[in-house]
Ligand binder design. Structure first.
Ligand SMILES: [Zn+2]
Length: 365
């Protein structure tokens, strides 16, 4: 390691408390006291998620003597994040609590960082690994991007709530973690070819979370409570890997770039984890690794493994793959090594993601 790396080490920001168990919401008052958070709370939630968990969070916080004001969030845009900041100012908020899915958490994560107050994360679905990381995905006026934000001070994983979320969300969260397997291989490839720094601590954590999903796949498939618990723990480990590296690199490689590419091309994209899990089969094939293990695991948990299951036309998938690296050229992946249209089609056919002959090799050349 060079001296420059030692001098320029990024500051690592991690959550202080994790409370992951059945009915964890009932302890939220106790936990915010432990953290010495003050009295005025901005509670951000969605319409449905407020009914599912937000109302209960409000009650428990009020019992603990807090004054709770509600702001409903519908979209994860930079404009909505600005509105949230205005809301904090109006009520003079001491801290923010996000109760909901990815959109609510991303808006709260970003706006509380900008307004400089602590934030508590109460996810209502174990659907992606942004729940405890320090980056927020938001739509700008015409771009979708990942913005620096802050890690939550407290993460509440109420398994009774998470287990009741639509199953598709837990499956998607699990598939997102499994994709760490190929994200790490892309990182390793970049280390070898471009000299990019690779944190062994962060990459090991990211890999452990993926391995734990493969090991627990039968339980995840059969038991909603145990499944939600395994997946939530995996999401936290994956989030920690990103916090330690200070970037999404440990959990986001070519499979994520292809998913972002699909989001831009397809009118109704599938869930984030469904797309990245499936594309991880493809990129593992390109890396020459055990793509069958990823495919088998996704099949067992009930995640999509064929393009028709995510409602995408095979030709569109090929285009999404061929344009993916240009979305983020600085993130070096296996796609930067000159993968041709013909090679993409062959790999998709070989891994069973598309049917043989469903795409003409010559079109677009
Ligand atoms: Zn992801």
């Amino acid at each position: 390691m060079s001296f420059a790396r030692i001098i320029d080490r990024p500051t690592i920001e991690l959550p202080r408390l994790f409370d992951v168990k059945l009915h964890a919401i009932e302890n939220i008052g106790e936990n915010v006291e432990k953290l010495q958070l003050k009295d005025t709370v901005a509670l951000l939630s969605g319409n449905t998620t407020y009914k599912v968990a937000g109302k209960k969070v409000k009650e428990v916080l009020e019992e603990a003597g807090k004054e709770v004001q509600i702001l409903k969030i519908k979209e994860a845009t930079t404009e909505v994040a600005k509105e949230a900041e205005k809301f904090y100012e109006e009520i003079n908020a001491d801290f923010a609590v996000a109760v909901g899915g990815g959109k609510v958490i991303d808006v709260t994560k970003f706006s509380s960082h900008e307004y400089n107050i602590p934030f508590v994360s109460v996810p209502t679905a174990a659907s992606h690994d942004g729940i405890a990381s320090a980056r927020a995905s938001l739509y700008g006026v015409d771009v979708k991007g990942s913005f620096p934000a802050k890690a939550p001070i407290l993460v509440v994983g109420d398994i009774s709530v998470l287990a009741k979320a639509p199953r598709r969300f837990t499956i998607s969260g699990c598939a997102d973690i499994i994709s760490n397997k190929t994200a790490i291989l892309d990182w390793e490839l970049s280390r070898r070819i471009t000299g990019e720094h690779m944190s062994s601590y962060a990459s090991t954590l990211a890999e452990i979370s993926a391995i734990s999903m493969i090991e627990a796949r039968e339980e995840i498939a059969k038991d909603p409570i145990k499944g939600a618990y395994h997946v939530f723990k995996g999401l936290i480990t994956s989030s920690m890997a990103m916090c330690i590296d200070g970037s999404s690199r440990p959990a986001s490689g070519a499979e994520h770039l292809i998913s972002h590419s699909l989001d831009q091309l397809v009118e109704h994209p599938a869930l984030h984890g469904e797309q990245v899990g499936m594309m991880s089969i493809f990129t593992m094939y390109l890396h020459g690794g055990n793509w069958q293990e990823i495919k088998e695991t996704l099949e067992i948990i009930g995640a999509p493994t064929h393009v028709s299951q995510i409602g995408v036309d095979p030709e569109m998938l090929v285009n999404a793959i061929l344009t993916a690296q240009s979305i983020r050229p600085e993130r070096y992946t296996i796609l930067a090594t000159g993968v041709t249209r013909r090679a993409v089609i062959k790999a998709l056919e070989k891994t069973g993601l598309i049917d043989k002959g469903s795409v003409d090799e010559k079109v677009g050349q």
